[in-house]
Design a protein around this ligand. Structure first.
Ligand code: RRO
Length: 326
């Protein structure tokens, strides 16, 4: 049986459901060139940027292992202009999504106008509403009024047919899922949501040295990797239910194996982004994800991603359970 792992995000056809997460190996042209070369990565997402370059937080600001990571980069980036250049170069071979994280509504509006007036081939704009690491800047998408204010300003801009999506933080409470969806559903031009950004303000410590593993914010940073997967899946699944079908959900969080991709898609993801694993394994690790997904599909006799996308089943009700302790 010949498998077909193609998918669509915002109407753009992708030949694999795997792309990088913003932040992972996508800050410099050299890194972006590597992403461009990997035929198993179907699209490139650039590092969240601002109008002017930022050095970001003090180092050490990233710590990773094969299973998890913590970061407090502090929005270190090379500027919108730099990533427009990247889109010009790499947009010729694969879709490039520019991630924007202006520190104010004005800055985001200026950047979107800049993209609209550039000749560059930007396939999409991912507006990051959830950076957890800029000191004294709360994560916008945890403040639903502020999120609405920013989106009002952004969707007033005429950015033509370039699709725009948002990167959301993890939510943990059903009330918050509903409140976030109520805001997002006011914008018919919204084309996708990416769930989730890192789980903000976790703390990883080294018990041997009795130190935090990163320096900024006394060690607090965004968590990625295996322990964020259940939260990511819950967010993908819930937003898939709460948003209309023309809004794609991109899954992000805990993708370390092909089976993790399978689970994200089962929860309704159109495609997935890979952060910690890509950062730790480099692009050399990406073919394994792809082939593992192929293996899972072959075993389960699924030919296309549509065969199982969003088809998660709820555990059947257990009858005649006389044991009161379970
Ligand atoms: O740069 C960062 O510290 C950062 C960003 Br903008 C983000 O969106 N998520 C994250 O974990 N780190």
């Amino acid at each position: 049986m010949e498998l077909d792992l193609s998918c669509h995000v915002a109407g753009i056809k992708l030949n694999s459901p795997i792309m990088n997460a913003s932040g992972a190996m996508c800050t410099t042209l050299k890194q972006l060139e590597q992403l461009d070369k990997s035929r198993f990565l179907s699209a490139i997402v650039t590092k969240s940027c601002t109008l002017t370059p930022r050095e970001g937080n003090q180092k050490p600001r990233y710590h990773g292992t094969s299973s998890h990571s913590i970061n407090s980069m502090g929005l270190a980036n090379m500027s919108l202009k730099y990533y427009l250049k990247a889109a010009e170069i790499f947009g010729k071979t694969k879709p490039v999504f520019l991630s924007l994280a202006g520190l104010s509504a004005d800055e985001n509006v200026k950047m979107i106008r800049g993209i609209a007036s550039s000749e560059t081939n930007v396939s999409g704009i991912e507006l990051n509403l959830s950076c957890p690491n800029v000191p004294n800047k709360p994560q916008i998408a945890y403040d639903f009024e502020a999120m609405g204010d920013i989106l009002n300003r952004v969707f007033e801009v005429d950015f033509g047919t370039t699709p725009l999506g948002v990167k959301l933080p993890p939510y943990f409470d059903p009330v918050h899922f509903n409140q976030a969806a109520d805001v997002l559903n006011n914008y018919p031009k919204l084309r996708w949501v990416t769930c989730i950004n890192s789980i903000g303000n976790g703390l990883i410590i080294d018990p041997i040295t009795e130190e935090t593993v990163i320096r900024p914010k006394d060690g607090l940073g965004g968590l990625g990797g295996s322990f964020v997967k259940p939260t990511a899946l819950a967010n993908v699944r819930t937003f898939r239910k709460l948003l209309p079908s023309h809004v794609d959900v991109i899954g992000c969080g805990g993708v370390l194996r092909g089976m993790d991709i399978f689970e994200h898609i089962l929860c309704g993801a159109s495609a997935v982004q890979v952060g910690t694993y890509l950062q730790e394994s480099g692009i050399a690790g990406i073919p394994r994800l792809y082939h593992e997904l192929e293996n899972v599909m072959t075993l389960k006799e699924y030919r296309t991603l549509d065969d199982f996308r969003g088809k998660l089943k709820i555990a059947p009700l257990m009858f005649a359970n006389k044991d009161p302790s379970c």
